[in-house]
Design a binder for this molecule. Structure first.
Ligand SMILES: *[C@@H]1O[C@H](CO)[C@@H](O)[C@H](O)[C@H]1NC(C)=O
Ligand SMILES: *[C@@H]1O[C@H](CO)[C@@H](O)[C@H](O)[C@H]1NC(C)=O
Ligand SMILES: *[C@@H]1O[C@H](CO)[C@@H](O)[C@H](O)[C@H]1NC(C)=O
Ligand SMILES: *[C@@H]1O[C@H](CO)[C@@H](O)[C@H](O)[C@H]1NC(C)=O
Length: 439
C-alpha cells in the first residue's frame, strides 16, 4: 500500500530530523493543547501556535477539512530555521505535490528555486494559488488533559507559504489557515508522527467571542478535562467517518480524495417525527456530490434546498404546536420566531429538537435549542440554518454554530467521529478548559 510506504518513509524521515531535539527534550507528550477563539466579525474560529526562530505567535483560521498549514510568507516572515522543501524529496511526495517551482526574484521565504509547489487555498473565499512547500519550527503546549504543560517543538513542521492576497476574507490579524484535514501533512498527522501518539484530535468550539474564554483543541488522545473536572472524552458516541473520493475543493485538487470529514446522516427528525427528504442526497455519489460534512469555515449549517425546505417546514409546524410565533426573517436566516413562549432551559431555548439519525436509529446527533437557534435581538430567535441552493456539492454542511459546546473527536486510524452532544447537559462548556499552565 502506497500510503503505508509513505508513512514509513515519513516516520523514518521525521525520526531522523527530530532525533536531536528529542534527545535534548527527552520528554514525549501524550497530547497537545491549543486555544481556539471565535472572531466576532467573521465568526471564524482562530487558533494560535508559535512558529519560526525566534518564535513568534501566529493566529490562524481553523479549517477542519483543510489540507495543511499555510502561512503568509510575503510579510513579516523572519526566521533562521526556514527551509524550502526540495523538489522530488520525500517531504514533497508526503505532501502529494508533483510540481517543481522556481522563483525569479531574490531568494526569501516563499521564493526559492527547485522547490516543491503546493496549492494553498482560502476555503472561506474559495480562492487558491500556488505556494512553496517549506519547513520551520513549530511549538505548542503539551497536556496531560487538564492543563497546558511543557512546551514541545517540531523542528521541521511542513507548511505552505502563501502570498498576502490569500488572506483576504479572513479575520483581522491572522496569518493563514490551520488545516486539520485527513492528509499526511495536516496538523493531526504531523503532530502524531512527531510525537508518536494516536492519530486522533478533538475540537471543542466556544460560542463566546471573548478571547479570555476560548474553546480548546487537543491533538492526541484524551482525557480532555473541562472544569469542574469533567473528562469529556468519556461521554462520546461514535459514528463512522467517510472519505469522499473526490475532493470537494475542486479548485485545488488533482483528482485526490477529499481531505474533509464526512459522516453518514441517514435521516433527519424534528421532535421525533421524520422529515421527508430525498435520501439519495444523503450519500456521496461517484462524482463526490452529496453527503454530509463537518466544517469550521461555515458559521451555520448549510442545507441543499429541498432538505432546507423540508426541515424548516417541519420545524415551523412543531414550533407552532408549541405556540411559538413566526416573525419576519432576519438575514441570513429565513425562519425566525418571537422569543415569547420560548422558555430557557439548560440546553438553550425550548424549541423542537432536531435529530440527525446516523448509522442506525439508536445513534443520533441531537441539536438542541442552543445549537439550533441564533438570538438576533432581545425578542427574536432565528433557526440557524441556511439554504445552500439547488445543486451544492455537499448536501449537508454542519457548520460552526451547530458544533459549539459539543466535543468532537476525530479518530483517523479508526476512521470514526466521537461526539458528545451539547456539553451543557454535563454542566460544562467548551470554554472550561483550564489554560493555566502547570508546567
Ligand atoms: C532561480 O534561478 C534563476 C536562473 O538561474 C535565477 O535567475 C534566479 O535568481 C533564481 N532565483 C532564486 C530565488 O534563487
Ligand atoms: C425519528 O422518527 C421516527 C418516526 O417518527 C421514530 O421512530 C424515531 O424514534 C425518531 N428518532 C429520533 C432520534 O427522534
Ligand atoms: C397554545 O395556545 C392555546 C390558546 O391560547 C392553548 O389552548 C394551548 O394550550 C397552548 N398550547 C401550548 C402547547 O402551550
Ligand atoms: C487551574 O489550574 C491551576 C494550575 O494547576 C490551578 O492552580 C487552579 O486551581 C485551576 N483552576 C480551577 C478553577 O480549578
Amino acid at each position: 500500500m502506497a500510503s503505508s510506504i509513505q508513512y514509513i518513509l515519513f516516520s523514518t524521515f521525521l525520526l531522523f530530523l527530530i532525533a536531536p531535539s528529542l534527545a535534548k527534550q527527552s520528554f514525549r507528550p501524550k497530547a497537545l493543547v491549543v486555544p481556539v477563539s471565535k472572531d466576532a466579525t467573521t465568526l471564524q474560529y482562530i487558533t494560535r501556535i508559535n512558529q519560526r526562530t525566534p518564535l513568534v505567535p501566529i493566529s490562524l483560521v481553523v479549517d477542519l477539512g483543510g489540507q495543511f498549514l499555510w502561512v503568509n510568507c510575503e510579510q513579516n516572515y523572519v526566521s533562521s530555521t526556514y527551509h524550502p522543501v526540495r523538489c522530488h524529496s520525500a517531504q514533497c511526495s508526503l505532501a502529494g505535490a508533483s510540481g517543481c517551482g522556481d522563483c525569479f526574484s531574490a531568494p526569501k521565504p516563499g521564493c526559492n528555486n527547485n522547490t516543491c509547489g503546493v496549492i494553498p487555498g482560502n476555503t472561506v473565499t474559495h480562492t487558491a494559488t500556488s505556494g512553496e512547500l517549506a519547513t520551520d519550527v513549530v511549538s505548542v503546549q503539551s497536556t496531560s488533559g487538564s492543563n497546558p504543560g511543557q512546551v514541545v517543538t517540531v523542528p521541521r513542521f511542513l507548511f505552505s507559504c502563501a502570498p498576502t492576497f490569500l488572506l483576504k476574507g479572513l479575520a483581522r490579524g491572522v496569518s493563514g489557515m490551520a488545516g486539520l484535514g485527513r492528509t499526511r501533512i495536516a496538523f493531526p498527522s504531523q503532530f502524531a508522527s512527531a510525537f508518536s501518539f494516536h492519530r486522533k484530535f478533538a475540537i471543542c468550539l466556544s460560542s463566546t467571542t471573548s478571547t479570555a474564554s476560548p474553546g480548546v483543541m487537543f491533538y492526541g488522545d484524551g482525557p480532555y478535562v473541562l472544569l469542574p473536572n469533567i473528562d469529556a472524552s468519556q461521554s462520546l458516541t461514535y459514528t463512522p467517518l467517510f472519505i469522499n473520493p473526490v475532493s470537494t475543493a475542486s479548485a485545488y485538487s488533482q483528482g485526490e480524495p477529499s481531505a474533509e470529514y464526512f459522516i453518514g446522516v441517514k435521516s433527519i427528525n424534528v421532535s421525533e417525527k421524520v422529515v421527508p427528504i430525498n435520501t439519495k442526497l444523503l450519500s456521496i455519489d461517484s462524482k463526490g456530490f452529496g453527503g454530509t460534512k463537518i466544517s469550521t469555515v461555515n458559521p451555520y449549517t448549510v442545507l441543499e434546498t429541498s432538505i432546507y425546505n423540508a426541515l424548516t417546514k417541519a420545524f415551523i409546524n412543531e414550533a407552532a404546536a408549541r405556540n411559538i410565533t413566526r416573525v419576519a426573517s432576519v438575514a441570513p436566516f429565513d425562519v425566525c420566531f418571537s422569543s415569547k413562549n420560548v422558555f430557557s432551559t439548560i440546553l438553550g431555548p425550548s424549541v423542537p429538537t432536531i435529530y440527525l439519525v446516523l448509522q442506525n436509529k439508536n445513534v443520533y446527533w441531537s441539536i438542541f435549542g442552543d445549537n439550533s437557534m441564533v438570538q438576533v435581538s432581545d425578542n427574536v430567535l432565528c433557526l440557524g440554518f441556511v439554504n445552500g441552493g439547488k445543486n451544492p456539492r455537499t448536501s449537508i454542511v454542519i457548520g460552526g454554530h451547530q458544533l459549539e459546546d459539543n466535543l468532537l473527536q476525530f479518530d483517523l486510524a479508526k476512521s470514526r467521529l466521537g461526539f458528545s452532544s451539547l456539553l451543557f447537559g454535563r454542566r460544562t462548556t467548551c470554554s472550561n478548559f483550564n489554560f493555566t499552565s502547570n508546567a
